[in-house]
Write a protein that binds this ligand. Sequence first.
Ligand code: PEP
Ligand code: MN
Length: 356
Amino acid sequence: MQNELKIRDLLKGNKTFLIAGPCSVESEEQIAKTVNELATYEVNIVRGGVWKPRTRPGSFEGVGAEGLKWLKQAGTSVNLPVTVEVATPEHVEDALKYEIDYLWLGARTTTNPFSVQNIADALKGVDIPVMLKNPMSPDLDLWIGAIERIANAGIKKMIAIHRGFQMHKKTAYRNVPNWRIPIELRRTFPDIPLICDPSHICGNTLLLQSVAQEAMDLLYDGLMLEVHINPNEALSDAKQQLTPKEYGELVKKLEVKKPYSDDKVFFENMNELRKDIDSVDTMILELLAQRMRMSRKIGTYKRGAGVSNYQPDRWNEILKSRTKAGVEKKLSEDFVYRMYQYIHEESLRQQEDMPE
Ligand code: PEP
Ligand code: MN
């Protein structure tokens, strides 16, 4: 897919591409004050929601179209473009009327192909950059599908925003990052800039710096961060918003990584170690193949004896002993656990697929 939006043309000397502003536009004064102070730090686009998707009715649902005027004014006064979340064709129409510069589709919207299609239809013949957040669930195809629908409407400038995924269990994050999915999206659409929204991943301000840094380490093109003039009094997402000053500090501490270096010594060191890694990988694959051959042999005995391939006691024992041994070798428990889940699945699959 050809994407005509090139981040490097928009950076304006900032260390990375930065979208910042409150979760919600709450009043003319709140957005003006926030943006005035924000503009003293590095920022490329000002954000602010005026229609807020809330889990339950009755909470603050945004100030509506009136807020678009305040948002645009605030941006214009400091010479910055502005962006708003749109969830319906009417929102698109209002945003265009108030000359909002970028649109974004929220996670709840990209989750629903009907909504995305309605918005795509409203965007036909319109030339405006559109940013798409990942869907609520860790479903890469749904994210890809949303991007394709918007592209099919003729939109040529897009950005993907990674804001984490909702999980059924409690974790340290509000939405778990699951970095594998945005990395896979980037492999699918290498031309579409990818930015990270640590605010909605974290749900609080404690982990913001480390998640933002992780995004830089993974070569993301930029960040979207929620910033409010007075986070304690924010009408939505109060716990995860930074003051403009805290935002400035976070950005200052960020270390932006480059994908390669021309340094000769660095290059030689890397090459040597990479050769070693290549031969270790060959051994790993050979050992795995050997393990699977043994598994298939065991499978023939199980089949002959009318015994199930799945052996819960043995599987429990393997998980326990291998994670323990892995941890002793300085591997993370979670990694060894997940690796053995894959090995076990493949082993069962091979036993099941054996010819009669
Ligand atoms: C937001 O950006 O304020 C928002 C509602 O985000 P998300 O769609 O990621 O939940
Ligand atoms: Mn928010």
